[in-house]
Design a protein. Structure first.
Lengths: 83, 416
């Protein structure tokens, strides 16, 4: 997948996790949590959805990469390049 | 614990919120009970194919966001809806209410089956890889889930409990609340019974294996307590929740008072996992009457528990005959004939559907009684059509459950 495709995957997951949020103006450089209601259980839903959809296992020590959209896409790009 | 003021041991119902398969408010529910409208419909459940069920269609987004619905459980959603509606209906100034003096007491038949079945089904799509088992499983399946979701929704910081009491649970929620109000543990109780049971295939499959799952070509005719042609239970979901207060508090704020809880009792058969014991049921009814200081003939309406299983109906009728057999004033009806068996919500909904009798001088019927089982042919039964009955003063609500748990609640019309 390309970075753009990965971004769309994350947007789709966020839409499912936070269905009341408007994600159209999401700033890719700002932390998700500063822009939307997202607690630790929601965050785990992102990890879970990636695991279910792409069988990717994200270890806990890597969770800090999933703070902003940009850092998430950067982290996932090499891991999902063949997906 | 008593403070010498008798009004402070008198517990009254001041707000009602409910969702039933045939109504999402007390007025709608009552209207459909009087009109003989069933809420039973064809229903698809996982693995089993088509069954019949009592399904609720309340507005889930009235008091919750879509995010809340995704996070929580169906019974949490039922509870949040009913609790919020009850608080609104009560007229309590919620902003000014001390939230640490509010308690939530919700009766429930079972919990966790729905959520566990859903997750097992989900991981079955991943070759039972448990690493995709949801982290939401535990907060969804803890036994206090339903009441806990209510506290989160309403910002209540007082105690909350779900009371596991099989199908006696609706009454048990009210009883627990009345006790906590009398003990001054809380000043306002949000209490009743709730159920999400139609969302677990297991409850249908288990009743089917027991030979106790109703079927009928016409869904509206499937739930037929006391009828010779009954063939089992229609499983339903729903919720019935009230605000309860001590009488002085209710009077002080000029609250509308639906009725007063004047007697209750709970006991156990200590005998069998599923078969009821009419002697213990009779004892439970008599104990509630004694505590209320009443004779059987003073009861105007008995809301029966009967679920449309042969043995259950007949055994309850033995208890009813023993207590009310000679009563000419008493009328007996059954709400499950309309909505099926709402499990944890049954006792609460069955009481609440009768409460308007205090005002409208009418007793709703037991429907689908086309061919009464001779063993259930009680003279007091209100058959198929409502009857006019002026001056209804006392309603007695039966609610019994598996493992031999019995509960009886008596509510009096409030006249001051």
């Amino acid at each position: 997948m390309t970075p753009a495709e990965i971004r769309q995957v994350i947007i789709d997951i966020l839409s499912k996790i936070a269905p009341d949020e408007d994600l159209s103006n999401l700033d890719d450089e700002k932390p998700f949590r500063d822009q939307m209601e997202l607690d630790s259980m929601d965050f785990l839903d992102i990890v879970m959805e990636l695991r279910k959809q792409y069988r990717i296992q994200i270890p806990e020590e890597d969770y800090h990469h999933l703070v902003t959209m940009q850092s998430t896409v950067d982290y996932l790009t090499p891991r999902l390049k063949d997906a | 614990m008593a403070d010498g003021n008798p009004n402070n041991d008198r517990i009254v119902i001041t707000g009602v919120g409910l969702t039933s398969p045939n109504g999402n408010s007390l007025s709608e529910f009552r209207q459909n009970l009087l009109a003989g409208r069933s809420g039973v419909v064809p229903y698809e459940t996982r693995y089993m194919g088509p069954v019949l069920a009592g399904v609720c269609d309340f507005d889930t987004l009235r008091h919750q966001k879509r995010r809340d619905l995704r996070r929580g459980t169906r019974v949490g959603s039922v509870s949040v809806y009913c609790a919020n509606e009850a608080v609104l209906d009560s007229g309590v100034d919620w902003e000014k209410t001390e939230k640490d003096r509010v308690g939530v007491y919700l009766g429930i038949t079972e919990h966790g089956n729905v959520e566990t079945e859903n997750e097992v089904y989900e991981i079955s799509k991943f070759e039972y890889d448990t690493s995709v088992w949801t982290h939401h499983h535990n907060p969804r399946t803890v036994a206090n889930n339903a009441a806990g979701e209510v506290t989160i929704s309403l910002g209540i910081t007082g105690p909350h409990l779900t009371i596991g009491a099989a199908c006696a649970a609706g009454n048990a929620g009210f009883i627990q609340a009345a006790q906590m109000l009398r003990l001054r543990e809380v000043d306002l109780a949000i209490a009743g019974g709730v159920s999400e049971s139609i969302h677990t295939f297991g409850i249908f499959a288990s009743f089917q294996s027991q030979g106790a799952l109703a079927r009928h070509d016409d869904p509206a005719k499937a739930s037929r307590p006391f009828d010779q042609d009954r063939n089992g239970i229609v499983v339903a979901e729903g919720g019935g929740i009230c605000t309860l207060e001590r009488l002085d508090d209710a009077l002080a704020r000029g609250a509308k008072i639906y009725g007063e809880i004047v007697g209750y009792a709970m006991n156990s058969d200590a005998k069998d996992f599923v078969l009821p014991d009419p002697k213990r049921q009779e004892q439970c009814i008599r104990l509630a009457l004694k505590r209320a200081g009443l004779e059987p003939n003073q009861i105007d309406i008995v809301s029966s528990h009967a679920t449309a299983t042969e043995q259950g109906d007949i055994e309850e009728c033995k208890a009813l005959r023993a207590v009310f057999g000679e009563c000419t004033n008493t009328r007996i009806n059954n709400t499950k004939s309309f909505i099926g068996h709402a499990m944890g919500a049954a006792g609460a909904l069955e009481l609440l559907g009768n409460i308007p009798s205090f005002e409208d001088d009418t007793v709703h019927a037991t429907i689908n009684l086309d061919n009464i089982d001779p063993d259930c042919a009680l003279d007091q039964l209100v058959v198929n059509h409502p009857v006019h009955k002026p001056n209804v003063e006392y309603i007695l609500n039966n609610s019994f459950g598996m493992l031999g748990i019995n509960s009886v609640l008596i509510v009096r019309k409030f006249t001051g």
